[in-house]
Design a protein around this ligand. Sequence first.
Ligand code: AMP
Ligand code: GLY
Length: 429
Amino acid sequence: MKVLVIGSGGREHTLAWKIKQSPHLTKLYCAPGNAGTVGLAENVNIGGSDLDGLVRFAHSEGIDLTVVGPEAPLVDGIVDRFKEEGLRIVGPSAKAAQLEGSKVFTKDFMKARGIPSAEYQVYSDAEDAVSDLKAGRFKFPTVVKADGLAAGKGVFICQDLEEALDAVNAVMTARQFGSSGDRIVIEEFLVGEETSFMVFTDGTNLIPMVPSQDHKAAYDGDTGPNTGGMGAYSVDFLLSQELRDQIMDQIMRPTVEGMKEMGYPFEGVLYAGLMLTKEGPKVLEFNVRFGDPETQVILPRLKSDLLANFDAMADGDLSGHQVEWHSDAAVCIVIASEGYPGSYPKGHEISGMAMAEEDPGTIVFHAGTDLKEGKTVTSGGRVLGVTSLAPNLQAAIMRAYEAVNKIHFDGMYYRKDIAAKGLRKLTKD
Ligand code: AMP
Ligand code: GLY
């Protein structure tokens, strides 16, 4: 099978790395890919927003299956477009991708279907939101969310009225995220532990993946600004079998069934960002694709052939398919450029990656990297994701940090406490 992976981050390097292991693969392409995918695939210089270019390329190269990493092309309708062209692709249609593309759609959908989530109110007029906030309708902290995609920056946890008014103003009046701020959701602040839970689905059948946890804040102790994710870990004890069954029965299956009943069948990877509250798991958000950096800890634990799985999904027939997982714990530490998630320099040479990978339990996934005159240089905010596997979480953490210590580029920073929460959970339970 000739396969095309769309995207250029750590998630896409991981997808390429795993697909490369499939006996069904004949040739792999990444559009546009990064310096890490160069050794695995042929990088093609076409961006994810260039749907015409991608369709032309898939036709001309005779691509048998396309896999989409990021959300933007999905929300823009890449799957609909490829299918119209008779091209095989894995992922949700634009209608189904509203689960990530519109908070309002998703909140209304969950309410109608009885899927547990925070209480909320939708506003399409800033004045109404301001007057409800001033009238004391919401308890603090409260959460203000832009309706549409905002590159992970459209969510504001507001401690008091002033912060909430500022958030409404930034999103709806100053239009920090353009038309994503046409509407907002104001919702109840949920308390608990956050967990990421993903499933493969063909629109009818679901296969759960192992659980993982992201670290969104930039600095240790969950302080500093929110980022795309500074690290992740995956270990079986994160969720008991009972909780996994509850998440499947109360959240994942009703969502896939509900979307099908609405006429928007969801095919692809469905990701639920969950808060494990005292009343049970509640949905913070859905993503319509693999998480980044969650993928960097989930796919190294996948024993089965990912490409065979994608192939079955593209045929709409996951029934009878099963996936197997390694019992090892996995930890991924993201190394970022100084300044991220704000502006950051580019073009710094990276050294020590080969040494870091001498340990057979460690893989260095590239995110914002590029090749310049034969050298690997930084080209993004999140530069690398260093993943280590080990029989237990503590050993995986040690391995990952040992590997990180061998890597260097000017201005690099990373969190020192990735997966520390997991260790605390282990001693608490
Ligand atoms: P989202 O993009 O909706 O996942 O929000 C980004 C982050 O904001 C989440 O990962 C949570 O840490 C936090 N968050 C979002 N909604 C809530 C909520 N209702 N209560 C508490 N934290 C939230
Ligand atoms: N790591 C969170 C996300 O992929 O959206």
